[in-house]
Design a binder for this molecule. Structure first.
Ligand SMILES: C[S@@+](CC[C@H](N)C(=O)[O-])C[C@H]1O[C@@H](n2cnc3c(N)ncnc32)[C@H](O)[C@@H]1O
Length: 188
């Protein structure tokens, strides 16, 4: 179901950039960097069909908040239909609006920002704006968690993260098709 929906949508929208949702192993590898015992504000860029979103909702506290920012109209419709949870707010927009999205909810900072968006498809200007806004929205100690296919060149994402985040941990998830490269940028 996920793969068919992705392929159908990718024909119309190149920014989906994948033919299948992230595997549960990929989701767990990224989400193990989140401390789910605390109340958190978590933002997700590019939730797609919501594989990360549902895992996060299953694990986060009742007073945590999850903000989803997705630019594809069909995926937004799907998320609105499938996710009925008062802890979630869904924005049909692009990741650059993260500041405004938090402000609309009366929030100024997030604990975690997770991103699955294809940075290699964005212009350098947009990439820089997204990384800068992400950094500014995170609390000290907050994390920017990104995952990309393993063959993506560092110039599209990691080098941008390096400019803002002085601590970055890299890892790989091989139980995903294709394997994922995961960056954990920590705000000092
Ligand atoms: C590779 S898919 C990942 C989907 C899902 N998170 C997963 O892991 O299966 C990339 C997603 O990012 C969305 N996307 C692409 N560019 C975006 C942007 N600038 N802002 C928000 N979402 C974006 C796409 O529509 C798509 O849903």
């Amino acid at each position: 179901m996920g793969t068919i929906t992705y392929i159908k949508n990718m024909v119309k929208d190149k920014y989906i950039a994948s033919i299948t949702p992230t595997s549960i192993y990929g989701v767990k590898d990224v989400c193990k960097k989140i401390d789910f015992s605390k109340d958190n504000v978590i933002v997700e860029y590019g939730p797609g069909l919501g594989v990360f979103s549902t895992y996060i909702l299953d694990n986060m506290t009742k007073d945590s908040k999850l903000i989803l920012i997705e630019r594809n109209n069909d995926f937004v419709d799907h998320l609105k239909k499938e996710i009925k949870d008062s802890r979630v707010t869904i924005y049909h927009d692009s990741a650059e609006v993260v500041n405004e999205a938090l402000a609309e909810l009366g929030l100024t900072e997030a604990d975690y920002i997770i991103s699955g968006i294809p940075f290699s498809f964005l212009t350098k200007d947009i990439r820089d704006i997204i990384i800068e806004s992400t950094y500014n929205c995170l609390k000290p100690g907050g994390k920017f968690l990104t995952y990309q296919t393993f063959f993506q060149k560092n110039r599209y994402l990691r080098e941008g993260i390096e400019i803002r985040f002085s601590r970055i941990n890299d890892s790989y998830c091989f139980l995903n098709a294709p394997p994922l490269k995961i960056h954990e940028g920590i705000k000092e």
